[in-house]
Design a protein around this ligand. Structure first.
Ligand code: PLP
Length: 367
């Protein structure tokens, strides 16, 4: 019976081979230099080259990078940030963290990504920034959002936590926004256990970002002479996680390619099954397919069917406006309701073999 076949997880930690990782990890652990240092700066340089992003700083998490992005955008108490509810919570808890108001725009029901027309309808005098998430790794409509940000003098922040290696209109993901963040938390395409990247369009912001990352102190100035003028945080990456990151970067290309190949396979194979449709991918998008987004007439039933066959499937996230902490900011989001009702994520990552993906398709066809 199919139930005896190995189960296919929805997400999985990718770790470099032990024989490759452990010697470099051990050497840094016993080097006496485990805090922020050479390996962190090397990681930033390599990440920048590999993903086509200028002005990158490594952080302790994607959440830390988001917090910095809002601060550097000048988002302050009383400001509004137009954002999406269809995301992981840190996208929006960090808006509350800087004392601003999250204003939830609606999404496109076929992608779960921000609808530019909904964003525009919510811009007010108090709006300071737009925060866009490339949900599940599918790029949002960046050209239109960039245009709106420019037209209204707003900062555009790209939350690329799900979208490592994606592209939009031939631009690397994260290069269109004024700020972009990435996450290296356990189950992302690439993990440093915890960690993140903040990328900035304006090189003039880097020194302020560095200070905010490190208590408000300028590194390199003797500690007895340095002066804190703005309160900062302890948001730096350290050499230990950076050396894991450097090892991950060596092996990330085939991992990203396998997510992409599996995603394209499902886009073709799940296109003509009654009652379901793949999330739409516009012609300018190259998705990262962190999760594969399937939209179905009965998502509970599809989830049950797949799970009973050992294929892990779920909605994975909870729209943020459903949390009590965001209740005061609830707006009508009819398209999001349709999207969420129809949503099931199915396994798509580097661990999904040719046989696995055929099994997923045949199970869905049978159901
Ligand atoms: C969309 C999104 N934004 C931000 C984050 C925060 O990243 P981290 O867990 O590295 O702080 C995550 C992941 O947890 C996420 O999924």
């Amino acid at each position: 019976m199919s139930n005896s076949r190995p189960s296919i997880p929805l997400v999985k930690v990718a770790m470099p081979p032990r024989e490759k990782l452990m010697p470099s990890l051990e050497s840094v652990l016993y080097s006496g230099m485990i805090a922020e240092g050479e390996f962190v700066y090397r990681f930033e340089e390599r990440f920048s080259q590999q993903f086509g992003l200028a002005n990158v700083l490594a952080t302790s998490s994607g959440t830390a990078a988001l917090h910095l992005a809002f601060l550097l955008s000048g988002v302050r108490p009383g400001n509004e940030v137009i954002t999406t509810s269809m995301t992981a919570e840190p996208t929006n808890t960090t808006i509350l963290q800087v004392g601003a108001k999250p204003v939830f725009a609606d999404v496109d029901a076929t992608t779960g990504n921000l609808s530019p027309s909904s964003v525009e309808s919510l811009i007010t005098q108090r709006t300071k920034a737009i925060c866009v998430v490339h949900y599940a790794g599918y790029p949002a409509r960046l050209n239109e959002l960039r245009k709106l940000a420019d037209q209204y003098g707003l900062s555009l922040i790209e939350d690329c936590a799900h979208a490592l290696g994606a592209a939009y209109d031939n631009q690397p993901i994260g290069s269109v926004g004024d700020y972009a963040i990435f996450s290296f938390q356990a189950i992302k395409h690439m993990t440093t256990i915890d960690g993140g990247i903040l990328a900035m369009k304006d090189p003039g912001k880097v020194s302020e970002a560095r200070r905010l990352r490190w208590f408000g102190l300028s590194k390199g100035v003797p500690r007895t002479e340095v002066d804190i003028t703005t309160v900062g945080f302890k948001y730096n990456m350290n050499n230990v996680t950076a050396v894991i990151g450097l090892n991950q970067l060596d092996g990330i290309s085939p991992i990203l390619q396998r997510h992409y190949d599996n995603g394209r396979y499902f886009d073709q194979m799940l296109n003509n099954i009654a009652g379901m449709a793949p999330a739409s991918v516009d012609s300018l998008s190259k998705p990262a397919y962190w999760l594969y987004t399937l939209l179905t007439d009965d998502s509970d039933e599809v989830e049950r069917l797949l799970t009973s066959e050992g294929i892990m499937a779920s909605k994975l996230h909870r729209p943020n406006h459903l949390h009590s902490v965001f209740k005061p900011f609830v707006t009508p989001m009819p398209e999001l309701e349709i999207f969420y009702d129809r949503l099931v994520h199915i396994p798509c990552g580097w661990w999904v073999s040719d046989e696995d993906r055929e099994r997923i398709v045949s199970t869905l066809k049978r159901g």
